[in-house]
Ligand binder design. Structure first.
Ligand code: SAM
Ligand code: SF4
Length: 337
């Protein structure tokens, strides 16, 4: 059942006048892969006791919907490694049409073949799948042990179910830059969209991110030489800038937080695995909604969400240079990518 709608005074507008319409939830910080730009090989994950329960996630998410959030993305870590993830999708799917416009997912697709039908049945229609390489050996290298076949099977199963797929590819200098143009051609053949992402300085990894940083303006210039790309004014409310591949239904998105941020139109906040509400991916500030729901229930959650609006900064300040520390200590997997 939908939560009672909040009065207008409770709508989520930050001190810079940006309305919050999009909530990303990291349902687990754990993952079955170890992508080199995302995680260190040896990671310490949160103890299970630190995680929000399914019920807590659902109650908090429902408060956000009551206060004007229209889109929820379940992410992680790898969301499909959490056992009750499908149950959560069913629960949140009930909000679609009752305040929520869209429930979606970001996944590495290793377990997608087994779950695609249920995700569709729960109300999902579009998902993001991370795929940084279509070369089995390179995929294994980037993910440290991933099996490309399983991922491609997962993508095929999702497509067969009717889910629209956007491929996320982190552009990595010297690692997959030669695969970007073929990835776009493949995505167009398959009817998928493709979004390219600049590597972001989030959490310590085993490499220097500066060594792999590939500025997307350079990638775009190269793609425009090879493909007929038409600028597209599509707005996802996200940080991507879009192009259309002429003669196809494929949209190319560029997320370039290092070479050109889109903070002025940011409409999103993130709920971490352990219940911290982060107003910006690139800042350490947060409010603790796990403590709030456990100590004071939903009234306390509402009060903390209102407090958090004042914490949303005007912009992040990502920089990547040799030897510099990450902008924040959290990995993307904790905050929810
Ligand atoms: N495990 C799922 C997956 O890989 O799709 C969901 C979580 S993952 C953190 C979400 C997205 O963040 C993926 O597309 C991944 O490539 C991206 N990502 C992770 N770490 C990143 C970083 N440091 N910079 C840029 N993108 C990153
Ligand atoms: Fe796991 Fe996704 Fe991070 Fe890769 S990018 S290690 S799949 S959370």
């Amino acid at each position: 059942m939908a939560s009672a709608p909040a009065p207008d005074a409770d709508k989520l507008v930050d001190r810079h006048g940006r309305a919050i319409r999009y909530l990303r939830i990291s349902v687990t910080d754990r993952c079955d892969l170890r992508c080199r730009y995302c995680m260190a090989e040896t990671m310490t994950f949160l103890p299970r006791s630190a995680l929000l329960s399914l019920e807590e996630i659902a109650l908090i998410a429902e408060r956000f919907v009551a206060r004007g959030v229209r889109k929820i993305r379940l992410t992680g870590g790898e969301p499909l490694v959490r056992r009750d993830m499908i149950e959560l999708a069913w629960r949140l799917g009930r909000q679609i049409g009752a305040g929520l416009d869209e429930l979606t997912l970001t996944t590495n697709a290793t377990r997608l073949a087994a779950h695609a039908e249920e995700l569709f049945a729960a109300g999902m229609r579009r998902i993001n799948v991370s795929l940084d390489s279509r070369d089995p050996a390179n995929f294994r290298y980037i993910t440290r042990h991933g099996d490309l076949t399983r991922v491609l099977e997962g993508i095929a199963a999702a497509k067969a179910t009717g889910l629209k797929i956007k491929i996320n590819m982190v552009a990595l200098k010297g690692l997959n830059e030669h695969e970007i143009a073929p990835m776009l051609a493949w995505a167009a053949d398959e009817g998928h969209d493709l979004t390219l992402i600049e590597t972001m300085p989030l959490g310590r990894i085993d490499e220097d991110r500066a060594d792999r940083f590939l500025p997307l303006p350079r990638v775009l210039a190269d793609l425009r030489d090879r493909f007929d790309l038409v600028s597209d004014d599509h707005q996802s409310g996200g940080p991507a800038r879009y192009w259309r591949l002429a003669g196809t239904g494929t949209r190319l998105g560029l997320i370039s937080p290092l070479t050109g941020n889109f903070c002025a139109t940011c409409n999103r906040v993130r709920l971490s695995t352990d219940g911290k509400l982060h107003m910006c991916l690139g800042h350490e500030d947060s409010v603790d909604l796990r403590e709030a729901i456990r100590s004071g229930g939903l009234a306390e959650v509402d009060a903390r969400i209102s407090e958090a609006l004042d914490l949303k900064p005007a912009a992040h300040d990502f920089r990547i240079a040799a030897g510099t520390a990450p902008a924040v200590s959290r990995h993307m997997s904790v905050t929810g990518g």
